[in-house]
Ligand binder design. Structure first.
Ligand code: GMT
Length: 377
């Protein structure tokens, strides 16, 4: 198949999933065309069967905002026509599902029928999509997609609840590549972070308000009062400054490292003992899955799709997202003995295995083939 992928090229979860999916499809022999305004963050190397089409816009003094929607539509029309794409898979509904539909209509005038698949990732429904400044367009565009997938049952159900959706939404979970995310013995690295055998706690995110990284720090403070521990914070974002101030206020700066944006996040996860993700909202929680693949148990909130990933009392624990005390107690339960930690590690890894890319990729391919075989008008 010849597949077009549209996504945000940044470090956000939807862009990561779109890029990893595209790379896996290319590895399986399909032609994959990424169409976006910048090379996606995880598309740093040359790979057979992968093409990148940059969307550039003509700047004109009249425009206060460059009309990206229009330029992306034109690019999609151009790439579908000349690269003979079989389908377009767009990630994150806003504005991609709408743009894809417009391209489809333009191409239909030339007798080209291009199936569109929209994957809903989370905030395109939960936060941004349901806002009335976007909602009517989001609802229309989802209904006009030939295929729609959501990354969790939670997100599927919420989409039906918020919008009048006439399409079947197929759940295809986020996935993990076990060749990349795995536990490796890096004792020297671990020693550099935790020279006296401290437990290592980790968190990765884009440090937006909804990730509640402040509570990651508060949970860590409580854990660190009881057992020697270090906290590694990976990522960056709008709340970073306030978080550094919170560490100073709590007098734990010596035990907390802000590592910034790191591409090889698996190297940090591979030496961690516990992952913290107390988000106020999370449609799936890819970051938690990445930790579990590296045999790291998870303390998480019980919101959104997180209960589908982190199994309470088995792979970690779930709590209300504001319940810092309970999350700290549960963290201590897991870290209390090497035997308990080991049991949670094994459970986390075993459950992560069900999200192996080897199981998830065929679900996408089967869905693509179904849509190409019988395109919806
Ligand atoms: O909010 C983010 O972290 C970015 C966001 C995105 O759409 O780029 O991530 C969402 O998509 C990921 C991949 O499907 C999911 O694993 C995340 O749970 C989801 N984030 C939220 O729902 C907040």
């Amino acid at each position: 198949m010849n597949i077009g992928i549209v996504c945000y090229p940044t470090f956000g979860g939807s862009g990561v999933v779109a890029t990893e999916l595209g790379l896996a499809l290319a590895k399986a022999g399909h032609g994959v065309h990424f169409i976006t305004y910048k090379r996606p963050a995880r598309l740093s190397h040359y790979q057979e069967n992968v093409y990148f089409h940059e969307v550039t816009a003509l700047d004109y003094p009249l425009f206060e905002y460059t009309p990206y929607d229009t330029t992306l539509t034109s690019k999609l029309v151009d790439v579908v026509r000349y690269e003979k794409l079989d389908l377009l898979h767009v990630h994150y509904a806003i504005p991609h599902a709408t743009i894809a539909y417009l391209s489809k209509m333009i191409l239909a005038e030339e007798g080209i029928d291009i199936p569109i698949i929209t994957t809903l990732h989370g905030t395109d429904i939960t936060l941004v999509g349901k806002d009335k400044s976007y909602a009517p367009v989001v609802e229309f565009s989802i209904n006009r997609s030939d295929g729609v997938t959501a990354v969790s049952k939670y997100l599927r159900d919420l989409t039906y609840q918020y919008f009048d959706i006439k399409k079947e939404i197929k759940v295809i979970y986020n996935f993990i590549d076990f060749d990349r995310f795995k536990r490796v013995d890096k004792e020297h690295f671990r020693k550099a972070i935790a020279p006296d055998g401290e437990r290592i706690l980790a968190h990765t995110s884009n440090f937006r308000e909804l990730k509640r990284v402040d509570n990651v720090i508060r949970i860590f403070k409580k854990v660190q009062e009881k057992i020697p521990a270090k906290l590694l914070l990976i990522g960056d974002g709008p709340t970073r400054q306030g978080l550094e101030e919170l560490c100073r206020e709590l007098k734990i700066c010596n035990h907390v490292r802000f590592l910034g944006k790191i591409d090889a996040v698996e190297e940090i996860l591979a030496i961690s003992d516990l992952f913290l993700i107390p988000s106020a909202n999370e449609s799936f929680g890819l970051a938690a899955l990445e930790a579990m693949a590296c045999e790291v148990p998870v303390i998480s909130s019980n919101v959104g799709g997180l209960p589908e990933v982190n199994i309470d009392g088995v792979t970690g624990y779930l709590s209300d997202f504001t319940n810092v005390d309970e999350m700290a107690e549960n963290a201590l339960k897991i870290l209390s003995s090497d035997e308990t930690l080991q049991k949670f590690r094994e459970n986390a890894y075993a459950h992560a295995r069900s999200f192996d890319i080897k199981h998830i990729l065929p679900q996408y391919i089967e869905y693509y083939e179904k849509l190409i075989g019988a395109p919806v008008s």
